[in-house]
Write a new protein. Structure first.
Length: 454
């Protein structure tokens, strides 16, 4: 055999490996799993205890932390990495026999899937602990949905729709998302994405990019329907965190007058949601007061304008803010506000008691709850708030890249739901551990090792 040169006393590889294991130690140090462990131990009773429940649970968390795509991959790592097996709690004296087989680990995973509600309860406890440590957590929310394809195949033959065979997924269905836009040359483009599987609906804090609430559905479920359900569930299950929310940003898939009204009226949350283009082609504006002859119009973005009765010029009215007590948006005459010359100003103000302040128009939110929101869409404030929506997309990126959902081996709703719950539980546990270590600026770091000083 080739003789290798003598190594250094201190190896950088050992330091990196130790730092990598500390990521698992972070999760194990804060996860509130004691009651769940006692429940599983009572469930086992006086049966065989070749592989302790706590060690199996720690190994399951290690598989999430270290991005193992399957149970077989995790078990191979436990057999060759004695430090990891020791950290999980397996008996080092037994050697390879102390590490569970794939069948034993599969049976344990089945128990965890069957009691996923207790794993979700742990997630909610950690979120509340994070809210206590971070006073402004949850003030700005972002919502979106993500496609989670199933590894199983779709059932094409209706006679086999209720015959599980390990390859087909009988719970999933088809989802479709359509993207539209306009190129620089003015031509329209359209992209249709389809997948067979499920859909993850998520609410995250847009500043710290921490998931706060979620649920899984079939892929065909509508975003706005499940979004309303998720917000209500968030307020019912975690009122201490949900009542902090001031804004919620989402894309046009959640555009709905009923949803906007529910957010603002029931939960005091300002909706920052983009609008779909639903007006007929060629319909640029509509009269604000259709029951009388007037010069005030508005467009589908909620921009209120006045039409000069003499020249026909269209000018945007000056936005003066939201009047909370009246639930109205206040606008002023642009000529009076900006000092512009308007040929039809006298005719526009005829018959009204108007001084130098100019004509004032108040737009009730009930005029069209889909278009008019407390934060007007045509303002810079709305544009800045809408930028926070991308935070939830970065959370989804970590779900794919860090937690292995880009390439997984999951079939069935129950397994997918339990697996995504474990992933997001590890996410918030790691964030809580970094907060307690005084590393608030590293909340988003899920794969970087800890500094050696920590």
């Amino acid at each position: 055999m080739a003789i290798l040169p003598q190594g250094n006393l201190f190896s950088w590889k050992e330091i990196d490996a130790a730092s990598d294991l500390e990521r698992l130690s972070l999760v194990l140090s804060v996860i509130p799993d004691e009651s769940f462990m006692r429940f599983l131990e009572d469930l086992r009773g006086k049966g065989r205890n070749d592989y302790p429940v706590r060690a199996m649970w720690n190994a399951l968390l290690a598989g999430v932390v270290f991005q193992h795509p399957s149970a077989a991959s995790l078990i191979r790592e436990l057999r060759r990495n004695r430090e990891l097996a020791d950290l999980c709690g397996f008996d080092p004296i037994k050697g390879l026999t102390g590490v569970p087989s794939e069948d034993a680990f599969g049976r344990f995973l089945t128990k965890v899937v069957a009691h996923r509600d207790q794993v979700l309860a742990m997630f909610e406890v950690v979120v509340r602990s994070l809210a206590e440590a971070i006073p402004d957590l949850g003030t700005r929310l972002a919502m979106d949905s993500k496609a989670l394809p199933s590894l199983g195949r779709a059932v094409k033959d209706p006679r086999k729709r209720h015959r599980p065979d390990g390859r087909r997924d009988l719970d999933a269905d088809w989802g479709v998302k359509t993207y539209k836009g306009v190129r620089e040359d003015g031509s329209a483009w359209k992209k249709v994405v389809t997948w067979f599987g499920y859909k993850l609906h998520l609410v995250a804090d847009s500043r710290y990019e921490i998931p706060l609430a979620f649920h899984l559905t079939r892929a065909s479920r509508a975003d706005v329907v499940e979004g309303r359900r998720l917000v209500r569930s968030f307020h019912d299950r975690q009122p201490q965190v949900a009542t902090r929310a001031k804004e919620l940003s989402a894309d046009r898939g959640y555009d709905s007058g009923d949803f906007n009204a529910e957010l603002h009226d029931d939960f005091q949350i300002i909706p920052v949601i983009d609008t779909r283009r639903m007006w007929k082609d060629g319909e640029a504006t509509r009269p604000l007061f259709p029951d009388r002859v007037d010069t005030i119009v508005y467009d589908e973005r909620g921009q209120v304008s006045c039409v000069c009765p003499r020249s026909g010029d269209v000018r945007h009215m000056t936005f003066c803010g939201f009047e909370k007590d009246r639930k109205t948006l206040k606008y002023r005459c642009p000529a009076a506000t900006l000092g512009l010359h308007c040929k039809g100003r006298l005719e526009c103000e005829k018959g009204r008691r108007i001084g130098s302040y100019g004509r004032v128009v108040r737009v009730p939110l009930d005029t069209d709850r889909r278009i008019f929101t407390p934060m007007a869409r045509h303002t810079y404030t709305w544009l800045d708030a809408y930028k926070h929506r991308t935070a939830v997309e970065r959370v989804f990126s970590r779900v794919d890249g860090v937690f292995g959902f880009e390439h997984h081996t999951i079939r069935g709703f129950a397994k997918m739901e339990a697996r995504i719950t474990l992933a997001l539980l590890v996410n918030v546990c790691m964030a809580l551990a970094r907060v307690r270590l005084g590393q608030v600026e590293r909340l988003r770091s899920l794969v970087a090792p800890l500094p050696r000083a920590a």
